[in-house]
Ligand binder design. Structure first.
Ligand SMILES: C[S@@+](CC[C@H](N)C(=O)[O-])C[C@H]1O[C@@H](n2cnc3c(N)ncnc32)[C@H](O)[C@@H]1O
Length: 219
């Protein structure tokens, strides 16, 4: 089976060109996983979710809207979104305790368009196991878990270092009745990644959304 990365490089290169949408719509590859990725990208760009999918998206977006308006204060260890000036790897990871509202934290969630691409990828690839690094308030995890639910199989573990965010994301998943598809694991990635990967082996899909520095991502 050909690797996915040449396809992704082509997609990124084409997206950088003026009309990436047109280029992606004409992309062709052989093999099951790359074909599923292309289908997911095309559907996310041009397709329309079916009625069941729309119902899940609506529920999750209502949850997002509710969380966005929340003034509830959260005292969190701020791991941030992983910008290079804030972070180093492993033990050198900077930790600041800050107070932010739940609404402000929710703005770190993937916006609907990108969350929908994640959803489509999980729908098309039909993984049995999904790993997410960076749960925050649980929005992208909810999209992935809803896709698993619609697939009728599969399980997600999402990793989160800030305890109040781990609690909040578990609550989000629970309130959306997705708790049987997804669990949140509290702890720094350095401590949780190995046990989570072992538990999910063989890993079908991963979303790395916590510590975006290249060296940490590939470590
Ligand atoms: C961008 S947010 C995740 C957003 C979420 N995936 C979504 O779209 O709904 C990144 C999250 O990763 C967590 N995080 C960052 N670095 C971490 C680390 N080294 N260990 C554990 N959690 C970390 C942060 O606390 C934050 O909640």
């Amino acid at each position: 089976m050909p690797s996915v990365s040449p396809l992704l490089h082509t997609a990124v290169r084409n997206t950088r060109r003026v009309r990436g949408r047109v280029k992606i719509s004409s992309a062709r590859v052989d093999g099951l996983a790359p074909t599923a990725v292309v289908t997911a990208i095309k559907q996310a760009a041009f397709g329309r979710p079916n009625a069941e999918e729309r119902a899940w998206i609506k529920r999750i977006e209502l949850m997002r809207a509710l969380l966005l308006t929340s003034p509830a204060p959260l005292e969190i260890i701020d791991f941030g979104a992983g910008t290079a000036h804030q972070f180093d790897t492993g033990a050198a990871l900077t930790k600041n305790t800050v107070t932010k509202t739940l609404g402000a934290m929710t703005t770190s969630s993937k916006p609907p368009r990108w969350a929908y691409l994640l959803f489509r990828l999980v729908r098309e690839l039909r993984p049995q196991s999904v790993l997410e690094m960076g749960a925050c308030v649980g929005i992208s995890a909810s999209y992935e878990a809803a896709a698993l639910e619609l697939n009728g199989a599969g399980r997600l573990l999402t990793l989160e270092g800030a305890d109040v965010l781990a609690d909040r994301s578990a609550q989000t998943l629970g309130e959306l009745n997705l708790g049987h598809r997804a669990e949140v694991r509290l702890g720094q990635f350095a401590d949780t990644i190995e046990p989570a990967s072992a538990e999910l082996s063989p890993l079908g899909f991963a979303f790395i959304d916590g510590h975006h520095i290249e060296s940490a991502t590939f470590a």
